[in-house]
Design a binder for this molecule. Structure first.
Ligand code: AMP
Length: 605
């Protein structure tokens, strides 16, 4: 299979024809300075004749030349990189007219990028009318960020009206390198907490907890966060006003300053290429020395912050032109992280060389609990793979069984030891009601859960007993109790808060175990086969039939012989979605027909 991958920028075009299985390029094309002095070259050394007749003509000429190069090679689809998916897209989609319109609507959030992406899409659809086109978004991977990470502290109405929130970028790269890292570590990404540092001309860090992005340093636009080639990154928001008042700069000038004249270029005074800056810094140039210090100081600050957000980290990944190639920056960023359990191996870092044959290399000591890795990113391949997945799924639509939906009220699972303390030595739970999951029951017994703010009485114990205590509450309960509990799958209680439990025979302070249950579907291995999913996949489910249809994103699949098919949501979600007895859900097709465009939901966390 071959996929044509296109990345159309305001002054450049990158294109490649890629085999998504092995990442091999049949041919690739890079065109630059499309507006003024266009040059375009294929990977075989041949060039495209381009005249100075504007962006659109240059794009057309490049794509026509590419079409020529294709000869008899069949392509299976065209993948377009789109910078901003806004609220509308949380995954890649088939490009329909409606999808193109929605991409256009996101232009207000990315006025420099989305309109040119869209122009590229239009031209490519004209030139390759018989192929399916797909849009893959820079922002989509970060849609899983919790609201607390997405939200700026601005007036709510204003943010709602103008779509102001943190979206994050470089999603394809963060997702690709975190998967590569998990492969290298021979572990499942869903068991790992990864901090991924994409350091190129644009730079961003992402906290990827058990496979999902939970924080990233770029915000509503790609200007926030790390120091970049020409972008300032984080800044006191008072500075633009100050510059306007004191230096008389217009909004346009300030925008230009922060995006094009700041960052490494602004600090160093010798341009944005880190190689030049490092060279000058070693030769004593004080501005360049400071530029390197500011760059890595900010990076280390984010690494520490993201470890705190995830309650620890298992691997820190460096990628992008700088992350892959600069031992100096990796050294500076990874030093003195021993307190986190990350111990750099300076020798390994210094000889590290990534290549096609060795796309991942480790530079932590053997006794380092946190693994330090450099990983070669490949965003074009990530796009090609997303497209091939959509092509493979194109026929599997909705002939699937309905999934019963149940509301899971607050409850608690206990260990033998805790039950002994709360109810007396050797107490046996009495079955009040058998639950739909085989062997599970709601017990007669209840406990009082005590938080720093309030307590909730008569929280039902579910049997049978388990090897860990676990208290599952809703967001509303959390705020009532005054506990900040993370959203977790059942059983994953590391780094979660504890609480006090009171029973008739005594009380226990549990150190951890309070979670907000991640909405999930229980199913058997046979169900999983029918749905084409695996244990711990994350899917989207439409609930409530045609009239009251609501889509729940971010639903976790749990597969076991012991389960019966059922989706569990918590009381808050059930109330918000007005779930009624007998309601069922349908597993949505995961990414081929364009109807995945996410509806605005009142129920999504
Ligand atoms: P990217 O945007 O990922 O292509 O990264 C481009 C940036 O990577 C360039 O601006 C350089 O500053 C940086 N870079 C590439 N190679 C090296 C290297 N060997 N040492 C330091 N920086 C490098």
């Amino acid at each position: 299979m071959h996929i044509l991958v296109l990345n159309v920028g305001s002054s450049s075009l990158k294109a490649a024809i890629i085999d998504p299985l092995n990442g091999q390029r049949m041919i690739s094309l890079t065109a630059e300075r499309l507006l003024d002095d266009p040059v375009a070259e294929f990977s075989d050394g041949s060039q495209v004749e381009l005249k100075r007749t504007g962006h659109e003509n240059a794009l057309k000429s490049c794509l026509l030349a590419l079409k020529d190069k294709l000869g008899d090679t069949e392509i299976s689809g065209v993948g377009h990189r789109v910078v901003h998916g806004g609220e509308a897209f949380d995954r890649p989609v088939l490009l329909t007219d409606k999808v193109a319109m929605l991409i256009g609507e996101q232009s207000r959030l990315a006025p420099l990028h989305n309109p040119v992406n869209l122009r590229g899409i239009e031209i490519a659809r004209e030139l390759f009318p018989d192929h399916n086109h797909y849009a893959v978004f820079d922002t989509a991977f970060h849609q899983s960020m919790p609201r607390r990470a997405k939200t700026y502290a601005l007036p709510k109405e204003l943010m709602d009206k103008y779509g102001i929130r943190r979206y994050g970028f470089h999603g394809m790269s963060h997702q690709y390198v975190s998967r590569k890292a998990a492969e290298y570590l021979k572990d499942d990404l869903r068991n790992l907490r990864v901090i991924s540092c994409h350091l190129g001309n644009g730079c961003s860090v992402a906290a990827i907890e058990f496979g999902r992005s939970v924080e990233t340093s770029m915000g509503m636009t790609p200007l926030e966060g790390l120091v970049m080639g020409t972008r300032s990154g984080d800044l006191d928001p008072g500075i633009p006003t100050y510059l306007h008042d004191q230096a008389g700069l217009s909004l346009e000038e300030i925008d230009h300053l922060l995006n094009r004249q700041s960052g490494l270029a602004g600090l160093s005074g010798v341009g944005n290429d880190l190689r030049t800056i490092l060279e000058a810094a070693s030769n004593g140039n004080a501005d360049c020395q400071l530029a390197v210090q500011v760059f890595t100081h900010r990076l280390r600050k984010y690494i520490g912050a993201y470890a705190a957000i995830m309650g620890g980290v298992d691997a820190i990944v460096f990628t992008g032109g700088i992350g892959e190639n600069s031992k100096v920056i990796r050294h500076r960023a990874a030093q003195r992280l021993n307190f986190l359990g990350a111990i750099i191996n300076e020798d390994a870092n210094s000889i590290l060389q990534l290549s096609e044959d060795q796309p991942v290399a480790e530079f932590s000591m053997r006794h380092s609990r946190v693994r330090l890795l450099a990983v070669k990113t490949d965003e074009q391949l990530a796009i090609a793979r997303d497209c091939s997945k959509m092509i493979a799924k194109a026929d599997e639509v909705n002939q699937l069984p309905q999934i019963p939906v149940a509301i899971s009220a607050r409850h608690i699972h206990l260990t033998r030891e805790t039950l002994d303390t709360l109810y007396g030595e050797g107490h046996e739970l009495k079955v009040r009601k058998w639950l739909s999951q085989p062997g599970q029951f709601a017990a007669e017994e209840t406990v009082t859960v005590v938080g720093p703010r309030n307590q909730i009485e008569r929280v039902r114990i579910l049997g049978p007993l388990r090897s860990k205590d676990q208290v599952e509450i809703s967001r509303t309960d959390e705020f009532f109790l005054g506990i900040d509990a993370p959203v977790r799958e059942s059983g994953k209680v590391e780094n979660t808060p504890g609480c006090k439990l009171i029973g008739p025979a005594g009380s226990v302070d549990i150190e951890d175990g309070v979670i907000c249950a991640w909405r999930h579907i229980h199913m058997t291995p046979e169900d999983a086969l029918r749905f084409g999913v695996q244990d711990r996949d994350v899917v989207e489910v439409s609930v409530g039939g045609a009239e009251r249809s609501l889509t729940f994103g971010n639903v976790l699949i749990r597969v076991s012989e012991k389960y019966a098919l059922e989706m569990h949501i918590d009381t808050d979600e059930g109330n918000a979605a007005e779930i009624q007895p007998g309601d069922t859900g349908v597993l949505m097709n995961t990414g081929s027909t364009g109807h995945l465009v996410k509806r605005k939901l009142s129920v999504v966390r």
